[in-house]
Design a protein around this ligand. Sequence first.
Ligand code: NAD
Ligand code: DAU
Length: 353
Amino acid sequence: MDFQKRILVTGGAGFIGSHVVRLFVNKYPHYKIINLDKLTYAGNLANLKDLENSPNYEFTKVDIVDAEAVQEAFEKFQITDVIHLAAESHVDRSITNPTEFVMTNVIGTVNLLNSAKFYWKDAMEGKRFYHVSTDEVYGSLGNEGMFEETTAYDPHSPYSASKASSDHFVRAYHDTFGLPMVISNCSNNYGSFQFPEKLIPLFIHNIQNKKALPVYGKGENVRDWLWVEDHARAIDVIFHQAKTGSTYNIGGHNEWKNIDLIKVLCKIMDKKLGRAAGESEELISYVKDRAGHDLRYAIDSSKLQRDLGWKPSLQFEEGLEKTVDWYLTNTEWLNNVTSGDYKKYYENQYTKR
Ligand code: NAD
Ligand code: DAU
């Protein structure tokens, strides 16, 4: 079949990537979606089991740090567009091993940019390099204000520094070589298929197993939560409609202090598991704070809402309940990803303090 576009989605076996791949494969049968992923601890093809036999979907196992392999993928699949999500994504891991974040997030991104520049050469028209980034590049807010697209970058963790660096490279390739790029910076995502090292799935898993809930510091840090499927929808809209060279913030206007969110989650879990009211809250255990812990993130997504008509579809409490239901139903998925490597990570992260 002659496909209208052949889109390379990097990191498609991860949390957000798998939702983006699913949305595009199902919604655009006239596009071929090539999921390029190294399958690190966070990449899991079980996230895309339902697409295995789709005629417009293909998986290729490639490490984006390997420049030659990236170039080969461009040639083999005749890539017309890129949606780049592959990254080391967990802040705590970036504190333990910053270099890995530089390799994947910076060098890996530059390898993709070089391949796009080389392969698309003088035929940049109609192509798109979409770089998926984070609100963490903007740093930390006090009690007031929101991140806008024009907010100066001020990253604090090795993770956010590596993402900021990759954003700068993407813009530099646009300004220097005319590479047709767009960037979006999104707030915290939650939903199905999220690796249980991140706050919400980790705490669901721990509550279910009556394990301690390790709250960093006093639990007063604020995050702005967005349902992952709303992020995928925003990526779809930006991919198709944004002007080349533009940046969009994506967020849910949904700020929660960690401790308040955790208490709501405990209440939902008590109800779902038939436990006495307040039982799960007793698992809360205040632990040493994350180093360089950003106090507050809040995204102003009015540009996206105004220009491209996107808005979040789900209220947080509804989304959180749906998410809890998903993890409680998909116990096999959760057990598979919490075995092996993750167990070692967990012991190091929470018992050596
Ligand atoms: P994730 O950790 O769940 O998935 C990352 C994916 O990238 C995995 O499938 C992994 O195997 C793959 N990968 C890692 N290193 C690779 C390499 N060297 N070569 C090829 N593939 C590699 O991450 P996520 O939470 O889905 O985040 C996806 C993207 O969205 C990241 O770029 C992240 O910075 C960004 N983002 C995430 C959030 C969030 O809340 N999770 C919010 C805003 C932006
Ligand atoms: O803002 C977007 C970012 O959101 C993404 O770019 C990152 O990839 C993603 O991991 C996420 O970063 P956070 O550091 O905000 O997410 P995390 O789930 O790790 O933590 C959320 C908050 O909860 C944060 O304030 C730290 C706190 N926390 C986290 C863990 C894992 C705890 O208190 N205890 C924990 O065990």
